[in-house]
Ligand binder design. Structure first.
Ligand SMILES: Cc1cc2nc3c(=O)[nH]c(=O)nc-3n(C[C@H](O)[C@H](O)[C@H](O)COP(=O)(O)OP(=O)(O)OC[C@H]3O[C@@H](n4cnc5c(N)ncnc54)[C@H](O)[C@@H]3O)c2cc1C
Length: 288
């Protein structure tokens, strides 16, 4: 039987209370959201926090709203809630594409957007989806609030810029005209983590791509994005050849490793092919 080490437990109902509890319990305190990643790690003693601050009652973090021309997704929004959100799907279909293939309904009903991003698993789907959208993360701590580009959020596998004592509050995605997006993933079994996955966001004006975002996961792409492939797309006229070239460049600039999920060269092939498919689908949506 796997049993976690002893820990103190406290429940918060507001962001301010969470921050006060984190400050009181010090650097060895962790917040728990859905618990789908943290609790198994505690049972395996890979994580041994001295105190758990339960944020499931912090309802102010559970909202999805449009504000200031941005889609704002609270850190405590469950995967299932993002998947069910008409406003998220209307502006950013990539988020529905990605959520549809994250785990299974049991995990999606409990797991949260903030927990996924803060866990920073190198195979995490939402990091690639929000990375493609050029989202930013709002983080609050004892010294106030700061906003960080998602492209600077991850500092390494399982590491982010969120410091002990800080809380991820929400993700913000600017709503820009002419936008479209899509997400493509290959997994070994339904509900599994990806072998590779790619997200694409396009912004079009007058038949040209004015800006593009490419997100990749499970293939060791730095910050879960492929800026070199975005450079290929920006300013160009959409075509099959262009999307294939962007896929080729994305594959060239990632660095997948071989593991139990598959060999490195297959994952690199997938990174390219899935980038091309996501671009094709995003562009198709823009023309519908
Ligand atoms: C069987 C299974 C299959 C899965 N498959 C996939 C998959 O295919 N794709 C995928 O992307 N994910 C997958 N996941 C992960 C899933 O998305 C989890 O929901 C996610 O890993 C963690 O979310 P959580 O809310 O449970 O976080 P928790 O486990 O509660 O927390 C994870 C970490 O984030 C920290 N944290 C949580 N919220 C905050 C916050 N607001 N501010 C600061 N720190 C915070 C915690 O302290 C902890 O360190 C899978 C999980 C399981 C169990």
């Amino acid at each position: 039987m796997q049993v976690p080490a002893n820990f103190e437990y406290a429940k918060a109902t507001t962001v301010e209370e969470t921050l006060a509890l984190l400050a009181r319990h010090g650097d060895e305190a962790r917040v728990v959201a859905g618990g789908h990643s943290l609790l198994p790690m505690m049972k395996l003693r890979l994580a041994q926090p001295e105190a758990l601050i339960d944020i499931n009652g912090v309802t102010e973090l559970s909202r999805i709203r449009i504000e200031g021309g941005m889609l704002c997704v609270g850190a405590l929004v469950r995967h299932a809630e993002l998947l069910d959100s008409p406003v998220a799907g209307e502006h950013f279909p990539i988020l529905h594409d990605a959520e549809r293939v994250i785990a299974d309904p049991v995990v999606r009903n409990r797991g949260t957007v903030g927990g996924s991003l803060c866990q920073a698993d190198p195979s995490e789907d939402l990091s690639a989806a929000f990375g493609a959208l050029k989202a930013s993360a709002v983080i609050r701590g004892p010294d106030g609030e700061r906003t960080v580009s998602l492209r600077e959020f991850h500092t390494g596998p399982y590491e982010t810029v969120v410091e002990p004592g800080e809380l991820l509050i929400e993700l913000r995605v600017p709503i820009r005209p002419g936008g479209s997006s899509a997400y493509e993933k290959v997994e070994r079994r339904v509900g599994d983590w990806p072998l590779a996955a790619a997200g694409a966001a396009l912004w079009l004006d007058g038949g040209r791509i004015t800006d593009a975002g490419i997100g990749l996961t499970a293939v060791r792409a730095e910050h879960f994005v492929a800026p070199e492939a975005e450079d290929v797309l920006r300013g160009a006229v959409p075509s099959e050849e262009l999307f294939a070239e962007a896929g080729r460049v994305a594959a060239e600039h990632c660095d997948p490793g071989s593991d139990q999920r598959g060999p490195a060269d297959y994952k690199r092939h997938l990174a390219g092919e899935l980038t091309t498919r996501a671009l094709r689908r995003a562009y198709g949506r823009s023309q519908a």
